[in-house]
Ligand binder design. Structure first.
Ligand code: NDP
Length: 602
């Protein structure tokens, strides 16, 4: 679908984008969302695992890993590979899997190709069924990692952390849990992930709704009928169902709700950009013929192309690599026509490629949605990376089903909720069931999201140290917090299109540091303040990333449209030259065995 864009319609597009953004900007930003409380307090509970009693334990451990999602599992596996046997995972969930444990809504699947998304596939022998795989298959892979590396042994599941406090006298963290456990951990790895605390839309009256309501991350299968593998939700056959939110989660579950509910009302504040999915099965013979080491090659190829780099072949070839390759190709074109190879040309290439891509995405809505008014309302008017890009081959068509209606709020969101339903633009919509697809806390403080703090040397809390923004060496080590290892994406590769790759690569460095400490008898490992400062200066020296554009419509990618201050810059930074540069840097840093910037003390 080639779209001809002239200077005139480009500037009209800019004006439309700004107008749509302005409509949505609100002074309360992140503060608009509500924490689960009152009738929604149970949203933080684990509804998937039956409660059980166990005796509290009091013990020493070499490495305690907080979180048993892909972050914790990959770090656990890397530690075991490095010969560290005494590893304990702790998670409030009843099983490993993290977001893939909690998110069991119908249609849940990963938008990133399984070949690069599922970590450690070669190590555990997973063969993906398709290019993109569904949540149960991803959860099964997580369990396989735990089995393969013996990570269920000693794991404390259905266990919440209450405090993590460094004790200088014993050079260990004393970790207490909500089951009365006391664990003295030589090292603590924090693999808590970015998207685990559900949030509620800040709609007046939300607590008054008397019908059935639940958040997508705690899908109520007992009420809806069906199951996560796709069995029909017969419990909804006589129900008028409403869903608030049209982000990546809602896009995946709406086709299923549309198939099952008597009536479905989709309350939309901002439409998502829906590109094509094009899923297909993986040929087992082709897969079996892949050479050893294929997965790292695929991951690096994806990261290279997704960040506008060059590679002979696009192995994954999807919507993530498409946009950056368009930018790269446009950049070459502009330079060929006399442009300079600098940031101005890059920005122009980005803008033009993005205009083209988003025009195609809007044309796709027209092609797939029958009703012209509904189609118009489903069109996204912003740059693709302002919000999480979505990929789906059935979502838009759902609005052609006679039982499914889009209730567009023109950027304002749901007005209010009462006992019987939802109000939008002065119109009341009666509902039996309200599905809340409003996402997870992202911009709030670390201690608020986790419910506890980490206390380092001298009694300083991590939330205090990071009050003005994260500070670390490589996004892993924090001065003042000996033996604490952060397992995340920020201040490292910041590879958001394939989050597990951050863990796979960082895990090698983390395991290398722990193994070195164990080998040399070091009791304490900590980055110097100079090394931490130098790293923070380095990663904040150049603004990377095109998504923090001030013209962006609000969302969690851009601090809900609020100005990006120093704190947001620090929390969202990565290596200025991108993920590949960071992974290469980390590999050479660990390979020398010197771990420059870290102090190992006996
Ligand atoms: P999001 O935060 O992306 O979406 C929340 C939705 O709720 C938005 O559409 C938002 O509108 C809407 N909303 C919030 N408040 C209101 C209101 N008052 N009235 C009406 N609508 C409202 O959450 P998701 O759970 O969809 O996704 C979270 C993240 O999880 C994704 O960005 C992605 O990273 C990850 N994910 C990944 C998947 C994968 O394939 N790997 C699949 C699913 C999720 P608005 O846009 O206007 O703010």
């Amino acid at each position: 679908m080639a779209i001809e864009l002239t200077e005139t319609n480009r500037s009209a597009l800019r004006a439309r984008y700004r107008a749509e953004r302005d409509k949505r900007l609100r002074p309360d930003g992140n503060e608009q969302y509500l924490e689960p409380s009152g009738r929604f307090a149970n949203l933080l509970d684990d509804t998937y695992t039956a409660p059980f009693e166990r005796d509290a334990i009091d013990t020493d451990v070499t490495v305690l890993v907080v979180g048993a999602g892909f972050a914790g599992l990959v770090i656990g596996a890397r530690l075991k590979q490095a010969g560290i046997e005494d590893v304990r995972l702790v998670d409030k969930a009843g099983d490993v899997g993290g977001v893939w444990y909690w998110n069991r809504y119908p249609g849940a699947m990963c938008d990133t190709a399984a070949m690069v998304y599922l970590p450690l596939m070669e190590e555990v022998g997973t063969v993906p069924s398709a290019k993109y795989v569904a949540a149960p298959e991803i959860h099964a892979h997580a369990r396989r990692i735990a089995d393969t590396f013996g990570l269920y042994d000693g794991a404390l599941l259905s266990t919440g952390i209450e405090s993590i406090i460094w004790d200088d006298a014993i050079s260990r963290y004393v970790v207490r849990t909500d089951r009365g456990d006391v664990l003295r951990a030589k090292f603590v790895c924090m693999g808590t992930g970015p998207l685990h605390r559900p949030k509620l839309p800040g709609v007046p009256g939300i607590h008054d709704f008397a019908g059935h309501a639940f958040h997508t991350s705690r899908w109520d299968w007992a009420y809806t009928g069906g199951d996560p593998t796709g069995a029909p939700m017969t419990g909804l056959a006589d129900k008028r169902v409403g869903i608030i939110g049209t982000g990546a989660t809602a896009v995946q579950c709406i086709p299923h709700l549309s198939r099952s509910a008597k009536e479905l009302l989709v309350f939309q504040r901002t439409p998502s950009a829906i590109d094509e999915r094009n899923n297909h099965p993986i040929d087992r013979e082709w897969f079996a013929a892949l050479e050893s080491g294929w997965q790292r090659k695929w991951m690096m190829n994806f990261a290279t192309l997704q960040m506008m780099g060059f590679a002979e072949e696009d192995l994954v070839k999807d919507g993530w690599t498409d946009i950056s390759q368009r930018i790269r190709d446009r950049m070459i074109e502009l330079i060929g026509a006399g442009g300079t190879a600098g940031p101005e040309t890059l920005l122009r290439a980005y803008e033009e490629s993005d205009d083209e891509k988003m025009s195609e995405i809007r044309a796709r809505v027209d092609a797939l949605v029958g009703d012209a008014r509904t189609a118009e309302a489903l069109k996204p008017w912003y740059r693709q990376l302002c919000k999480r890009p979505c990929f789906h081959d059935e979502y838009l068509q759902s609005f052609n089903n006679p039982n499914t209606r889009l209730v567009d709020t023109d950027g304002q969101g749901v007005e209010r909720i009462d006992a019987t339903g939802v109000w939008v633009g002065g119109v009341h919509h009666e509902l039996d069931c309200l599905v809340i697809a409003s996402g997870f806390e992202v911009g709030t403080s670390y201690s608020r999201r986790s419910g506890y703090d980490v206390t380092g040397a001298g009694g300083r809390a991590l939330s205090d140290k990071w009050e003005e923004g994260m500070r670390s060496l490589h996004g892993i080590h924090v001065h003042g917090f000996p033996n604490l290892l952060i397992v995340g994406i920020a201040q490292g590769a910041n590879q958001i299109a394939n989050v597990p790759q951050n863990y796979v690569e960082n895990g090698l460095a983390i395991a290398g540091v722990v193994a070195h400490a164990e080998r040399t008898g070091a009791a304490r490992v900590e980055p110097t303040l100079e090394a931490e400062d130098a790293w923070v200066d380095f990663i904040t020296s150049t603004q990377r990333g095109l998504r923090a554009n001030p013209d962006c419509t609000p969302g969690y990618y851009n601090n809900e449209g609020r100005p990006m201050g120093r704190r947001e810059l620090l929390n969202g930074s990565g290596h200025p030259a991108g993920p590949i540069a960071f992974f290469e840097h980390l590999e050479s840093w660990r390979s020398t065995g010197e771990f420059a910037g870290l102090e190992f003390t006996a």
